[in-house]
Write a protein that binds this ligand. Structure first.
Ligand code: 8DG
Ligand code: MN
Ligand code: MN
Length: 364
């Protein structure tokens, strides 16, 4: 059986993309505490602690055993002194952080769809401390996204179950088949990784007809609107033609046509979904993201949008260990000065000299 021995620890690889991390997290009590710290540090300008806690959480998620004490964690990669202290006093440290009132309010503000750290900071500096104060303040201007974030806050903050995600997949699938029978829609993001809960449902839509991917999302949104299912949409048309790839500035961003939606999910569509929907209303609001890359970039998009810290470490691994640049568009070999083509995700792992990992092993 698995034991916490030094020999075993030395086999924990330093990059998340070298580790198999399923949703069966055996160290949730520690990783939850670490993720509160990550979330808190996302609100500050300083990147070091966020990255450090985030990598430590990833390592703990990949362990096939439960950590019982600080002893025996010395040999784990990315687990530093602060994380080891947190492991030792997890309850105390965790409580200290979440009970720190100002941080709590900060985090609360950014939980609204459309509210990022900058807006949260602005509101906090103005002395605003609650949603009702924000909504009552005549000087606060909410953009369309934030208005909808507040309007649907209760539904959106609940997240979605896998059953609800499957219902959304059916609705989106039917919609795509109606307006673009030759297009293909596939699930990506956390639910592709096999998560049981998520904050949204992510899909990639593609077509084999070159250039047609750019007209897909407006068609899909139009059809959703006709069905009365579109509560909110923010569409970002493709800027791919204007850009140099791979993009080096914003690792997480890409230049494809995409839209961020709030859809109406009818309770009747959810299998066994009686309790999924507020009583008397028959539907709930859900967040849905769609991205429409050109077909020849599908593998890179799929790898990028499947997400988690696995994918961030994949980029870092490519850069640091292979002298290559990887993003949602392409893989570039700097030594050979050439792009490496890929039809499937497996091709990309092979170019990087990494063992292929299934999506459900990428929950870093
Ligand atoms: P969950 O919180 O939704 O359950 O988890 P997730 O599915 O892993 O997170 P996500 O926030 O939905 O993001 C999924 C992936 O999509 C993530 O790796 C980031 C990626 N993504 C891009 N580009 C963009 C973008 O421009 N906007 C958004 N929202 N996500 C993007 O690669
Ligand atoms: Mn998601
Ligand atoms: Mn998303």
């Amino acid at each position: 059986q698995m034991r916490t021995g030094p020999a075993q620890q030395s086999t924990v690889c330093p990059y998340a993309c070298q580790r198999r991390t399923t949703t069966a997290n055996k160290n949730k009590r520690f990783t939850d505490a670490l993720e509160v710290l990550v979330e808190y540090h996302e609100l500050t300008e300083i990147e070091g602690p966020r990255v450090a806690y985030s990598r430590a959480a990833s390592v703990l998620k990949s362990l096939p055993w439960t950590i019982e004490s600080m002893g025996g964690t010395e040999a784990l990669p990315c687990v530093g002194e602060k994380t080891r202290t947190l492991i030792q006093v997890t309850g105390w440290y965790y409580s200290y952080i979440v009970l720190n009132i100002s941080d709590q309010e900060y985090i609360l503000f950014t939980s609204v769809f459309g509210v990022g750290p900058k807006t949260a900071d602005k509101w906090y500096r103005r002395g605003l401390r609650s949603f009702s104060q924000i909504l009552a303040d005549p000087d606060v201007q909410l953009n369309r996204m934030q208005q909808n974030g507040f309007l649907h806050y209760t539904d959106l903050s609940r997240g979605l179950s896998a059953a609800e995600a499957r219902a959304v997949e059916a609705v989106v699938g039917e919609t795509v088949r109606t307006v673009a029978p030759n297009a293909r829609v596939v699930l990506t993001g956390g639910f592709r990784r096999g998560k049981e809960f998520g904050h949204d449902v992510d899909f990639i839509v593609t077509t084999a007809e070159p250039g047609r991917e750019n007209s897909l999302l407006p068609l899909i949104m139009g059809r959703l609107e006709e069905q009365g299912l579109l509560l909110f949409q923010a569409h970002h048309p493709s800027t791919l033609a204007l850009k140099k790839i791979p993009c080096r500035r914003f690792e997480a961003m890409d230049y494809y046509s995409k839209c961020f939606l709030i859809l109406k999910l009818e309770g009747s569509r959810v299998q066994g979904g009686g309790q999924a929907v507020p009583a008397g209303r028959g539907w709930r609001a859900v967040r849905v993201d769609l991205v429409a890359p050109p077909i020849e970039r599908f593998a890179f998009t799929q790898l990028g949008w499947t997400g988690s810290k696995f994918e961030r470490d994949l980029r870092r691994f490519a850069r640091v260990e292979r002298n290559m640049l990887l993003d949602n568009h392409a893989l570039f070999d700097k030594a050979k000065n050439q792009f490496l083509a890929a039809v499937t995700e497996k091709d990309i792992f092979a170019h990087l000299g990494l063992e292929y990992m299934e999506p459900w092993q990428r929950n870093a």
